[in-house]
Design a protein around this ligand. Structure first.
Ligand SMILES: *[C@@H]1O[C@H](CO)[C@@H](O)[C@H](O)[C@H]1NC(C)=O
Ligand SMILES: *[C@@H]1O[C@H](CO)[C@@H](O)[C@H](O)[C@H]1NC(C)=O
Length: 425
């Protein structure tokens, strides 16, 4: 009798254990939905992402189809799962897990040499450039830089003000993939005089170093600049709109404008690209920060940020790091509707074409994220003398995809209206 009871108990126990481990493995598979790890690469433009809690309100059912994922914490059960994972057996980390211990140990090593400089970049005119465009790029992206130079990143006079451009580069992490990179980059620098190259590995988690080094450079070599646009190479920038906006501001006053993200929570799911353990950042929310696709700052703010960032400990997510610097100087970044740094929200009813209407881009400032050819095409469409966008009657012609479902149309016109509002004309 007793023996049998014991046997039953053992059997039940065994079953429970099996069930638990099954459940556990199930949870493991389903936990991170939105921000799937992509090893060291930036999220691909086609990646589906979660619209954050602060997603644009003009079309609640819309899905964001491209752009950077927002840094938000995801579903509670996922978090619970990860906590479980941490407290119980702590399974092997994802193959490409970021080495936080090493990062923390090396955190004070934050001064790297400038290997290629453009010391005269801002000396072409005695009063300095009106706008400096600083673009994060990686050595391998020669074609992207080329397109940016030929389109929105043009140097010279734009709308009557002087615009200069620099690309911000580090050492490519896979040198065997492009053995001749050094020669190529030096050649490119000679040709265009717009390359800044620093002696640190150009990895996702080193973008914060790029931020700091650029601010150092700007303070030292471009202190006469009036305004700076800093952004990624895969954005479309409407420089004319930006200049128009900036002309109503004073470079000696504080200005930090972009797609500002409020109340973002650190992601505690280990598999996420944006995973941050509590030991590294203990607070529940990040300070306000601008989406990395692009933002504007005044000379005054650049100088303040340069000093503030020196005193902030390195943090592996560059956008958030800059938010920490802003917080340190008590500077509130300003949200502008013209910055679509997470890509344009497109109606799920109209697939892939609708957002490529130039009239759609006419009133925007920055749109993340476009392919090389799209940047070229959009710039040319926008600068075509034949382009006419009367806001009320853009229902007609000239592109085929405009004859589509009415709900998509209202979405687009609303967006432009909101933009107008944001520009406070
Ligand atoms: C570097 O690039 C080469 C050639 O594209 C590739 O075969 C190799 O796997 C890459 N190495 C790493 C570490 O990614
Ligand atoms: C950043 O760059 C430094 C210098 O090249 C390198 O030692 C370090 O591993 C890089 N850090 C990351 C997180 O990639």
């Amino acid at each position: 009798m007793r023996v049998q009871l014991k046997g039953d108990a053992i059997c039940t126990l065994f079953l429970v254990v099996v069930l638990c481990s099954l459940l556990y493995s199930q949870l493991e598979h389903t936990s991170p939905t939105g921000n799937k790890e992509q090893t060291h690469k930036k999220p691909s433009p086609t990646q589906k992402i979660l619209p954050g809690p602060e997603a644009p309100k003009w079309h609640p059912q819309a899905e964001v189809t491209f752009g950077r994922p927002r840094i938000i914490s995801i579903a509670k059960d996922a978090e619970v799962a990860s906590k479980k994972a941490q407290t119980t057996t702590s399974p092997p980390l994802a193959h490409s897990a970021f080495d936080f211990k090493r990062y923390l140990l090396n955190k004070d090593n934050r001064n790297f040499d400038l290997l290629i400089n453009q010391p005269k970049k801002c000396l072409r005119t005695p009063e300095g450039p009106f706008l400096l465009i600083a673009i994060k790029s990686v050595v391998e992206d020669f074609d992207r830089r080329e397109i940016v130079r030929k389109t929105w990143g043009r140097e010279g006079f734009v709308n009557g003000v002087q615009v200069q451009r620099v690309f911000l580069l580090g050492i490519p992490k896979n040198k065997t993939a492009l053995a001749t990179w050094e020669i190529l980059v030096h050649q490119e620098s000679l040709m265009y005089q717009d390359i800044l190259l620093w002696d640190f590995l150009d990895t996702f988690f080193n973008l914060t170093l790029k931020e700091i080094h650029f601010l150092n450079w700007a303070d030292e070599f471009c202190s006469s600049v009036k305004f700076i646009f800093k952004g990624d190479a895969d954005v479309f920038v409407n420089v004319e709109n930006i200049i128009d906006f900036l002309e109503r501001h004073d470079p000696a006053e504080d200005l930090f404008v972009g797609d500002i993200i409020y109340n973002a929570h650190p992601i505690r799911v280990q598999k996420s690209k944006y995973y941050i353990p509590e030991t590294m950042y203990g607070l529940g929310t990040y300070p306000l920060y601008a989406g990395g696709g692009g933002f504007l700052l005044s000379r005054s703010t650049m100088k303040k940020l340069f000093r503030a960032c020196k005193e902030v400990e390195l943090f592996p997510i560059d956008d958030v790091f800059l938010g920490m610097c802003l917080q340190r100087i008590n500077l509130k970044p300003v949200l502008h509707e013209g910055f679509k740094t997470f890509g344009i929200v497109k109606p799920s009813a109209a697939p892939h074409l609708q957002t490529f209407d130039p009239c759609f881009y006419k009133d925007l400032m920055v749109v993340h994220s476009l392919k090389v050819a799209e940047i070229w095409l959009m710039w040319n469409l926008l600068h075509s003398p034949r382009l006419s966008c009367t806001q009320k009657k853009q229902v007609k012609k000239p592109f085929q995809w405009k004859r589509k479902k009415p709900e998509a149309m209202t979405d687009s016109s609303l967006l432009i209206k909101q933009t107008k509002h944001g520009r406070s004309r």
